[in-house]
Design a protein around this ligand. Structure first.
Ligand code: NAG
Ligand code: NAG
Ligand code: NAG
Ligand code: NAG
Ligand code: NAG
Length: 645
């Protein structure tokens, strides 16, 4: 290898040598994701002999110049279903080498009867039941580079275009695989490289759906120089450096034309034609199948499911045990929709369990199930993941991933006040905007949160924000839903048109977001009247300071003034005030907010207009959260316009 490289180095230069090295001999065993189920085989010897047989089957098929293979052994019990896929740009030799590395790593899962290893070059997975048709499942994720590309705007535009093309073209190809590159327009000859691939056993529509989710995930990497998104049934990668050879590029043009050109055209056409109905039917059908499978699976399998399984139906007894019978000691908080408890499942995994009282079960159970299914399909790194649920008469338990760092309000006004620096606050502002933009515009159903506030924004270990409680309003029976109550959401965060007239649109969330941003900047609660210097709520105060060009006075005193610049503070406050304008149509959409936050320099939108100030005649200083139901309908609200300009 070295000598071949050396010859090319002399003839073609370093660049070509690098390309060749990539193309000719690299099993690409950079580890992206791995996992073992905690459920063990019942007969270890049966299991190992099944596992050994399937793995050796897979290897034989790869040696036969295949890039994709499945194998299973089911006869003796402790069944093993296995799948391997190499990226199609890999040579047979590299593919087998990648598989061999994956195999030795996956064997470290010992008797666990479910496991996966995902490398850049290949992935290997086995389970105790068939998973070949699985595409997008909880557990998918983006893996991002930590360096920002130069010429951010041009780079970002090129990558977004590239990924969009990959998303469209890949499900239309015969082998569900595209490797492709694009020039960065105005990028001084720079190029971006991308690759997408689906497991060959999923349907074209499942491939499409999976890549859509992957694209949503990987987009959060931008403007990093590279990123990957992994899921059960697909893989997506982009980079500013080549990871496949020039002659491995797919001719993508025929697949971008309307309808595509492969034999899968008819199916795609069908799906595209009757999108709504067909998608709904297939989602319901898949869900029906999944729920049947879940019921049929042994208990251990459910609790020990590897992360890439679908939403789980938990047993009430298990959740009761996990939360120590919903004890006070395990209580994490109380929200408008119900209390939240910390739970430890039998397999040791920590979860947050939300207990909803849904009252008289006057809606069909199927309704809840389809709503829960919908919510559990929302995957975005700034949104809390719903892992599963459990329904019991008038109670509904929702199981979420657990966030050790708790909620943003604790860091702004609570016990950990002052712990967030300026950079972390900016990240939280941007991440929350991305999460909301996803809910409003990118998910296939527009979901309005209706209750954005700092206690609904949780922080992960890296202080990245994750929005909680989305989609829950859809679960409540009509008569209790936010729509029909005069005053919903939480005082201070609720936009005037929604508070007073119940007019609901996604701009309701934009407004609340603007208020949260002001809280993040100021470290002050939006609905607390501060006596000094004059009695004013946060929004009034922010507006006045902004008008008088004294916006720096709004900034949290616990922040080090060295950390932030005056223009930056002004820009963020301007965006927040723009979001909180009383005219619904003048508020930006959340995707516009994402762009505004990224943009350098001043805003083109022009200065924000004066907000309207909402006051409530029923303000309880200790407990500011007004829940739905009886207390909500008692709350009355009045609007006071500021006189003068
Ligand atoms: C599975 O086996 C591993 C290693 O033998 C052990 O540590 C683990 O506790 C077992 N898990 C279960 C659920 O029995
Ligand atoms: C399976 O393969 C492993 C590793 O090659 C070996 O150690 C083990 O004995 C094999 N087990 C069976 C039951 O064949
Ligand atoms: C498997 O685990 C052992 C012991 O923890 C470790 O020494 C070995 O490197 C692991 N193998 C791989 C391929 O990671
Ligand atoms: C990026 O990550 C690599 C490996 O984790 C690390 O060595 C490097 O210092 C990081 N660079 C930056 C700019 O954070
Ligand atoms: C790509 O180019 C390399 C070196 O030029 C060559 O060895 C290889 O066979 C080519 N692959 C294809 C698919 O043409």
């Amino acid at each position: 290898m070295e000598s071949k490289g050396l010859v090319l180095l002399i003839t073609g230069g370093i660049w070509w040598w690098w390309l060749m090295r990539v193309a000719v001999s690299d099993p690409q065993t950079n580890l992206l994701n791995e996992g073992c189920s905690t459920y063990n085989a019942s007969s270890v010897s049966n299991f190992y002999s099944n596992l050994n047989a399937t793995l050796s089957d897979l290897k034989t098929q790869l040696n036969d110049n295949n890039h994709f293979a499945t194998a299973e052994r089911t006869r003796t019990g402790d069944s093993v279903y296995a799948m391997v896929q190499c990226r199609n740009y890999m040579s047979t030799k590299d593919c087998v080498a990648c598989f061999t590395a994956a195999q030795s790593l996956i064997r470290n899962c010992s008797a666990a009867n479910g496991a996966r290893v995902i490398y850049d070059g290949c992935f290997l997975r086995y389970e105790s039941s068939s998973f070949y048709d699985q595409a997008t499942l909880p557990g998918n994720a983006a893996i991002c580079g930590n360096q920002t590309a130069s010429q951010v705007t041009a780079f970002q535009a090129a990558v977004e275009g590239l990924l969009a093309d990959l998303e469209v073209a890949t499900p239309r190809t015969d082998d569900f695989y595209v490797a492709y590159k694009k020039e960065v327009v105005g990028g001084g000859g720079a190029t971006v490289y991308g690759m997408a691939q689906c497991a060959e056993t999923v349907s074209p529509s499942a491939c499409q759906e999976c890549l859509k989710v992957a694209n949503g995930n990987i987009n959060s990497c931008l403007p990093s120089t590279y990123g990957r998104a992994v899921d059960a049934g697909c893989f997506l990668r982009y980079s500013n450096t080549p990871f496949f050879a020039d002659n491995q590029t797919t001719n993508i043009t025929p697949f971008l034309e309307k309808g595509g050109s492969s034999k899968k055209k008819a199916i795609i056409g069908g799906v595209a034609g009757g999108v709504g109905l067909l998608l709904l039917i297939s989602v319901l059908f898949l869900w029906y199948q999944q729920s049947r499978k879940a019921k049929a699976a042994p208990r251990g399998d459910i609790l020990g499911a590897t992360e890439l399984r679908g939403p789980v139906n938990y047993s009430y007894r298990d959740l009761k045990a996990a939360t120590k019978n919903f004890s006070e000691e395990n209580k994490l908080g109380e929200g408008g929709f119900g209390d939240v408890y910390k739970g430890t499942l039998k397999n040791g995994k920590m979860v947050a369990v939300k207990r909803l009282f849904i009252g008289q079960p006057n809606r069909a159970k199927a309704d809840f199930e389809s709503e829960v299914k919908l919510i559990s399909n929302i995957h975005h790194r700034n949104l809390i993941r719903l892992l599963g649920c459990c329904g019991k008469r008038s109670e509904l338990l929702l199981v979420y991933e657990y966030m050790a760092n708790s909620s943003l309000d604790k860091f702004l006004f609570g016990e950990r006040r002052g712990a967030l620096n300026w950079k972390q606050r900016l990240d939280i502002i941007a991440g929350t905007a991305r999460g909301l933009a996803y809910l409003h515009e990118e998910f296939h159903v527009c979901i309005i949160h209706r209750d954005i506030k700092s206690s609904n924004i949780l922080l992960d270990n890296d202080f990245q924000p994750k929005i909680a409680d989305f989609g829950l309003a859809r679960l409540l029976p009509e008569d209790k839903s936010h729509l029909s109550t005069k005053f919903a959401g939480t005082l201070g965060y609720t936009s005037p048109e929604y508070a007073i007239h119940g007019q609901l649109s996604e701009k309701v969330d934009t407004y609340s977001y603007g208020i949260v941003v002001l809280e993040i900047i100021s470290g002050r609660k939006c609905n607390e009247m501060k006596a000094e210097p004059v009695g004013e709520y946060l929004l009034e105060r922010a507006w006045k300071l902004y008008e008088d060009d004294k916006h720096l006075e709004l900034v949290d005193e616990s922040l080090d003034p060295e950390e932030y610049k005056a223009e930056e503070v002004k820009k963020i406050i301007e965006i927040a005030l723009m979001c909180a304008q009383s005219s619904v149509s003048m508020r930006p959409t959340m995707s516009e907010v994402v762009v505004l936050l990224r943009s350098k320099g001043s805003l083109e939108h022009g200065p924000p207009t004066r907000p309207t100030f909402v006051e409530s005649s029923k303000r309880n200083p200790g407990d500011t959260s007004i829940s739905t139901g009886s207390s909500a309908s008692n709350a009355t609200a009045s609007i006071s316009h500021f006189s003068g300009r």
